[in-house]
Structure formats: structure tokens, C-alpha cells
Design a protein around this ligand. Structure first.
Ligand code: SF4
Ligand code: SF4
Length: 349
């Protein structure tokens, strides 16, 4: 639509190496890494794709790179990559475990123009350390404090399961003390090492309770309690949901961004673990236009066993990564079935 602003992100896993080994990590094995020059070329190609979309469709596009890992702070040449992304006109965010961010590195991130850093905390000290390793909580909190002192907008990220869903209040209080902007939570996707926690995923009723609690915590709080999960947003939608067969919101996979992994593989979402090409061989423009996986994600008629008949489809579609992980646990390669944690299905009128 001419004149409309369209946000587009690339979540880029610069490395799969990490100084921690978290129980719920979705990485299954450590893959190779692109060379620095390959990353720079790919970033230029992506900038060209976005320029092309702007010119061809008259769109206003706000592009961003979300750099992560593994742990992005262990990637050599990180700061020149951040500088290049910034100079190409991308807004730059970092997703980190926070444990390696010293005062000096926090100042360098501020100077590099990083818009925000999301630091993962999976609960207060005992719970976090039981998931991410002893001592990691204190190191992460020190990293957050260093970022805030350096003037970098910092948010806490929490991956929720039965192991830690009672930790949200405590983390919001901690976030207030530290001065973070938001505490954001997402659902555990039972894939990678997270498969070991498959019995800990929340039931639909528990998820619905959690959403109600998060809304109550958010009301009047100076720290935003945020969640980009489509299932969190559906119940707060003002007005009517358009009854169309093309997405206008909800799950970002196939619509609002892509993931690039450390070896250049491109996926609709890192948590889906479904490779659609490689940025070394194909342009983003080609992949975005030609991938059958991405087109299936965009088409209501591809869905089955739930979302296709739902009033909220255009603004939700659930989490396709969780649908895929659930199907894979039954030996099926299917990312278009029901989101097994959904408590909100509402038939189309
Ligand atoms: S069935 Fe649930 S997950 Fe699917 S679109 Fe409806 S509310 Fe969203
Ligand atoms: S598949 Fe799940 S984690 Fe990935 S963009 Fe969609 S809702 Fe988010």
C-alpha cells in the first residue's frame, strides 16, 4: 500500500558459539560461520533488496538488524559489523546473554549506535542459574547495569515454561530497580536442547492465566511488560479483525522478517529451524518472492486443524515454530497445523 510504513527485520545469528549452555537453547549443533567479508556483502545485498522494494512498490520501509548468536559478543569483528549495518541505514539491536558486557564494551555498543540490547534472564538467581549455569545471573545483571550506565536502552527477555512462569513478577521488580525499559517474555519452543523440557510447556489454560497476569502487571507499571507472541496480542485487539486471507499482523514468519544463521542459511524464523536458502547464493529478494514455505505461511488456505477457521487468523496464526515442534514430536514435518498452546480459537462468523 503506497505511503504505509512497513517494518522489516533480519534476525542474524552471527555465531553459534556461546559461553553458556542453556537447557532450553534451540540450537542443536554448532554450525560454521560466514567470513567478515561475506557478512558485509550480504548486508549490502539486503540493503539493495530493501531499496528495490521501496522503489518498486512505493513503500516506506523501516529496516532493522537484530544481531544475536550463540552469544554475539564472542563473534570476532562484531563492532565493524555493527558499524556497517548502521551506515547502511539499518536500526541495530543486539540479543545477548549479557554475561560478557563489561563497562568498556557497553560504552562501545553505545558509540556504535546500537538502538537497544535485549538481555536474557530466565528468572531470579536460583531459577536462572539452574537453566543457564551457576553464576550466570550475577554476570548478566552486571551486564545490564553496565549497558544502562552507558545510556543503551536495555530490556530483559524471558523464555517461559512451567519451570519459571512464576518468575515474571520478580523480574518486573528487578527490571524496575535496574532501570530497564521492558521485560519481554516469549514461550519455550520445545526444539534443540529445549526438547528436554517438552513436558514443561504451558497448557492453554496456564498461558491464558499468564497473559492476564502480564496485563495486570503492565497496568500503570513504569517498566513495560511486553510480549510479541501473537497469542498475547489477539485478546487486546481493539475493533474488528479483518476477515481476509492474507496476514496483516501476528506471527512474523514469512511476513515481517527472516532469520539468517551463522553459516548464511535463511529461515522464516530461527525457532522454526526450516532452511529456505542461503544468503551467499540467493538474494533476499529472490527468497522472499519464490520460497514455497514463505508463501504457505502467508496463505490461509494452507493452514489446517485450527487457525484456518479462526476469526483471528489475519492478525495471529499462532506460533508456527511451536506448531512445527509439536508435529515433529509426532514424526510429522508440518508447520501449518494447530498451535497446541492456543486458548483463543474463535470460529469465523
Ligand atoms: S486458532 Fe489460536 S493460534 Fe490460530 S489464529 Fe486463532 S487464536 Fe491464533
Ligand atoms: S514462529 Fe513463533 S517465534 Fe517465530 S515469528 Fe512466529 S510467533 Fe514468533
Amino acid at each position: 500500500m503506497p505511503g504505509a510504513m512497513y517494518s522489516f527485520f533480519v534476525q542474524w545469528h552471527l555465531t553459534e558459539r556461546c559461553n553458556l549452555r542453556c537447557r532450553h537453547c534451540y540450537q542443536e549443533k554448532v554450525a560454521g560461520e560466514l567470513e567478515h567479508q561475506e557478512i558485509c556483502q550480504a548486508m549490502e545485498g539486503i540493503a539493495g533488496t530493501i531499496q528495490g522494494w521501496r522503489a518498486d512498490y512505493g513503500m516506506e520501509i523501516s529496516p532493522s538488524f537484530h544481531f544475536t548468536g550463540g552469544e554475539p559478543m564472542v563473534r570476532h569483528g562484531l563492532f565493524p559489523i555493527l558499524a556497517q549495518a548502521h551506515s547502511l541505514g539499518f536500526s541495530v539491536s543486539l540479543m545477548s546473554n549479557g554475561t560478557l558486557i563489561s563497562e568498556e564494551l557497553a560504552r562501545r555498543l553505545a558509540t556504535a549506535g546500537v538502538r537497544d540490547v535485549q538481555v536474557s534472564l530466565d528468572g531470579l538467581e536460583d531459577v536462572h542459574d539452574s537453566i543457564r549455569g551457576k553464576g550466570s545471573f550475577q554476570q548478566a545483571v552486571r551486564g545490564i547495569a553496565n549497558l544502562i550506565s552507558a545510556g543503551v536502552e536495555t530490556n530483559i527477555n524471558l523464555t517461559l515454561s512451567r519451570v519459571n512462569y512464576d518468575q515474571l513478577d520478580g523480574l518486573v521488580n528487578l527490571g524496575k530497580q535496574l532501570g530497564v525499559g521492558a521485560v519481554a517474555f516469549s514461550r519455550l519452543v520445545p526444539c534443540g536442547r529445549g526438547e528436554e523440557l517438552a513436558d514443561e510447556v504451558l497448557t492453554p489454560a496456564e498461558l491464558s492465566d499468564l497473559h492476564a497476569k502480564a496485563r495486570a502487571l503492565n497496568a500503570g507499571s513504569k517498566v513495560e511488560v511486553a510480549c510479541s507472541d501473537p497469542l498475547f496480542s489477539v485478546t487486546g485487539i481493539p475493533g474488528e479483525v479483518p476477515q481476509i486471507d492474507f496476514p496483516v499482523g501476528g506471527c512474523a514468519a514469512g511476513m515481517f522478517g527472516v532469520t539468517i544463521t551463522s553459516d548464511g542459511s535463511v529461515m522464516p524464523c530461527r525457532r522454526m529451524n526450516l532452511v529456505i536458502g542461503n544468503i551467499k547464493q540467493q538474494s533476499l529478494r529472490e527468497l522472499w518472492a519464490d520460497s514455497p514455505v514463505l508463501w504457505a505461511l502467508r496463505d490461509r488456505r494452507s493452514y489446517h486443524d485450527g487457525c484456518e477457521s479462526c476469526y483471528y487468523w489475519a492478525v495471529c496464526r499462532g506460533c508456527r515454530a511451536i506448531a512445527l515442534a509439536s508435529a515433529r514430536s509426532n514424526g510429522q514435518e508440518d508447520f501449518l497445523g494447530a498451535d497446541p498452546q492456543c486458548p483463543y480459537h474463535k470460529p469465523r462468523g
